[in-house]
Design a protein around this ligand. Structure first.
Ligand SMILES: Nc1ncnc2c1ncn2[C@@H]1O[C@H](COP(=O)(O)OP(=O)(O)O)[C@@H](O)[C@H]1O
Ligand code: SF4
Ligand SMILES: [Mg+2]
Length: 368
């Protein structure tokens, strides 16, 4: 995989982006606020893929929709291709979509079943005022680019398989030659063998065109191959971000470690010896965030650290946990080259091996 130019200015720069929704249902009358995205910063360079990973409910789709200007941010700034696009609305925001497009998980839901493939892929060009000849050549070349025979353009989405439908959705997103594609779980609904084909397709397109991807997924296995860098999101915040190989070989955040311990390792010996790290309970709701570190109710590291001699601990539901974890939101700090993590213990993590490299649960640090 060719690396994008590290000296290049970012194509997309997102700073302190936030989105708060009013809660729905029973919580509506209580005035509860849902902090779906809560102060997120990241950048993507031309030709780069940033993998964005986190469980359902962590705020990934909201973040994607904010960047694409499908919804308005509550706070923060978005600079795209050298221009501040944060406040763009209406026609100006639609114009931006020529250069930035989104592909969704379910191509069936996002492709109008009453339109032919040709109409679906032509539609963005009609909206953006393309002429007849250009439209015809772009339609054919884009369908070829995604591996769909242009002679199939008169057919309807239901006449294609799931993988082919996702190719058609990708063609529709690519037809205006955008610089950035936001892919929201684009392969989650597909069989594993088809997933690999779509990932390879996306990589080939990136090599040829230099397009950048924000690739959203709910597990670390899917984004491993395609990403240059990976960001891990938990309850509205990015909790760890690193170059791909760094994140998979030396994760610092306990949440990343837990997610990674569930990813199969190709080496059968390592796979057998691997320790799975339990994620206690559910992700919880963005409408009622835990105090302190949002991950503390599920964090194995906080449980270990709470038992270490010398750690200032308090009782949480009968478990000893560091008071810092219970009371203070950890800062997002640098732990290595291009590597940041938000955990009070992140800087001590060289004492804790990556989960796929350890045979036993990590020893308590205080015992050393
Ligand atoms: N339109 C909305 N109104 C209220 N809450 C929302 C809305 N959209 C998303 N949420 C809430 O925001 C949080 C993050 O959702 P989402 O961005 O869909 O996460 P993900 O894509 O990681 O699963 C969830 O708690 C979800 O219920
Ligand atoms: S700050 Fe504490 S609770 Fe949060 S991830 Fe680190 S150890 Fe776990
Ligand atoms: Mg989502």
């Amino acid at each position: 995989m060719t690396a994008p130019d590290p000296a290049a200015a970012p194509l997309l720069q997102v700073t302190d982006l936030a989105k708060t929704f009013g809660a729905t249902g029973a919580l509506l009358s209580k005035g509860v606020q849902v902090r779906a995205v809560d102060g997120v910063s990241f950048s993507i360079r031309a030709g780069e893929t940033l993998g964005l990973v986190g469980e359902t409910g962590s705020g990934k789709s909201t973040l994607g929709r904010l960047v694409l200007k499908l919804i308005e941010p509550s706070a923060g700034r978005i600079v795209f291709d050298g221009a501040d696009v944060t406040a763009l609305q209406g026609a100006a925001a639609r114009q931006l979509r020529g250069r930035m497009q989104m592909v969704f998980q379910d191509p069936y839901g996002s492709l109008n079943p009453r339109m032919t493939v040709g109409e679906l892929v032509r539609e963005p060009m009609v909206v953006h005022g393309y002429g007849g000849d250009l439209m015809r050549t772009r339609l054919e070349s884009t369908l070829r680019e995604v591996g769909i025979d242009p002679r199939m353009a008169a057919r309807y989405p239901h006449e294609f398989s799931g993988g082919q439908r996702q190719r058609i959705a990708i063609a529709r997103a690519l037809v205006l030659d955008p610089k950035l594609l936001i892919l929201d779980e684009p392969v989650s609904a597909l069989d594993v063998s088809i997933q690999a084909q779509i990932l390879n397709l996306l990589q080939g397109i990136q090599r040829r065109t230099g397009i950048a991807y924000l690739f959203i997924a709910h597990d670390l296995a899917v984004v491993r191959h395609i990403s240059h860098r990976v960001a891990v999101m938990y309850l509205g915040k990015i909790v760890e971000s690193a170059p791909r190989d760094q994140l998979y070989s030396a994760p610092h955040h306990p949440y990343t470690k837990a997610l990674l311990s569930a990813v199969p390792v190709p080496d059968p010996v390592l796979e057998r010896g691997k320790t799975r790290i339990a994620l206690h309970g559910e992700i919880g709701s963005a409408a009622s965030m835990p105090d302190g570190c949002r991950f503390h109710p599920r964090c194995f590291r906080a449980r270990q650290a709470g038992a270490e001699p010398g750690t200032q601990a308090a009782s949480w539901r009968g478990l000893a946990m560091p008071t810092a974890c219970l009371q203070q939101l950890p800062p997002f700090e640098t732990v290595g080259a291009g590597h940041q993590a938000a955990c009070h213990f992140a800087r001590l993590e060289d004492r804790f091996a990556a989960p796929h490299a350890v045979q036993q649960p990590p020893a308590l640090a205080g015992a050393a």
